[in-house]
Design a binder for this molecule. Structure first.
Ligand SMILES: [Mn+2]
Length: 366
């Protein structure tokens, strides 16, 4: 594994190369995950300004000491408090370093900041919207990142095994959510990767059901979708279990989704296009007659963010690369009946993919 300094330098040189290709002599970053990726900073409310020659880390007094500890090779510039505001600060640096064309992240910079920044900048500086300049680099995970995602996946697996022991008729969805989140933290997670989903009985038809006060009953399917964050990196797993013996229809639908999910794991490899992977999995569910009940995409990238590139869905023309980490998560959702989803986090490799979440997938009957 390369050391942190080398890793950061490599990441920054990729971004600088992208700037050069787009003719930018400045790049203003506001996306939190992007900033963490190029700086190692774990706090919030801070920004990075790259110029061809200098790197500025723009923060306020709450974080200055933390930036000194976590980041290197940046000139720290304070804003807010006793200093001028963000837009004035960025404009001052652009003027001082004669920036002609500065890129800003169009998906993060608000219209309000854009207006203030436009007004503060001198006329010779052009503000140019850009996207994906850091996200592209983040697509391929390095060894260190993969190790952290592996750990986040392991925490999720351990948590699932533990929480299975607590699920029985009479417990509420909310209780299961609290246990999942508590156990993930006990197992080393800094937090949850996204709001935990617990959907039982007929609520299983809501793909993103938030846990309710519903009491678990004998015969319920329960879909648990949760993930851990470990040192900034996320995991994502979904399992559906049955409380008591499943009926014929539950068994039938479960096996269709399982077959589709396994088809996904067999199909993923470097070189496949997102929409082709989606199609192969969707075919399994369509052939079984439930195509219209699988409304969402096959999966998404996972890393510093829970949902990031590459997205795997009907429209995705992104070609998967070795080192991408994605989810494979087909589901079937039948209104007024219920539903289920099965999801793993996987690492895309040259020859196929490696599953990082290992919880069992045969129907668990509690
Ligand atoms: Mn997911």
């Amino acid at each position: 594994m390369t050391n942190l300094t080398e890793t950061m330098e490599l990441r920054r040189s990729r971004v600088l190369k992208g700037m050069e290709e787009q003719g930018l002599d400045g790049l203003f970053l506001m996306g939190e995950a992007n900033i963490r990726y190029v700086s190692g900073f774990t706090g919030g409310d801070s920004y990075v300004l790259f110029t061809s020659k200098k790197r500025f880390f723009i923060t306020d007094s709450r974080y200055t000491e933390q930036v000194e500890q976590e980041c290197f090779s940046f000139e720290i510039v304070e804003h807010r408090g006793n200093s001028p505001g963000l837009e004035e600060t960025v404009a001052r640096l652009c003027n001082e370093y004669h920036i002609k064309k500065i890129g800003f992240e169009q998906n993060f910079l608000t219209y309000e900041i854009y207006e203030k920044l436009s007004r503060a900048l001198e006329e010779k500086t052009n503000l140019v919207p850009v996207s994906g300049m850091v996200e592209e680099a983040r697509l391929v995970k390095d060894e260190g990142e993969i190790a952290l995602i592996r750990k986040a996946a392991e925490i999720a697996d351990e948590t699932f095994t533990y929480v299975l022991g607590l699920i029985k008729p009479g417990i509420k969805e909310k209780d299961i959510e609290i246990e999942l989140e508590y156990q993930m933290k006990k197992n080393g997670a800094s937090g949850t990767a996204f709001p935990t989903i617990v959907a039982s009985g007929p609520r299983g038809s809501l793909p993103h059901a938030l846990p309710s006060q519903r009491v678990i009953k004998q015969g319920d399917f329960i879909t648990l979708d949760f993930g851990a964050v470990y040192q900034g990196y996320c995991s994502d797993i979904t399992r559906t279990v049955c409380v008591g013996e499943p009926n014929q229809k539950q068994k039938e639908i479960y096996h269709i989704v399982l077959e589709a999910q396994e088809k996904g794991l067999q199909s993923l490899r470097a070189g496949i296009m997102g929409k082709d992977a989606d199609k192969l999995v969707r075919n399994v569910i369509e052939k079984a007659g439930y195509g219209s009940y699988f409304g969402h995409g096959l999966g998404h990238g996972v890393g510093l963010e829970i949902h990031e590139e590459p997205f795997l869905n009907k429209r995705s023309e992104k070609v998967l690369t070795s080192g991408a980490v994605v989810t494979v998560e087909p589901g079937i959702y039948l209104p007024n009946w219920g539903g289920l989803r099965i999801e793993d986090t996987v690492l895309v490799t040259q020859k196929g993919c490696e599953t990082l979440t290992h919880s069992p997938k045969e129907l668990i009957v509690l």
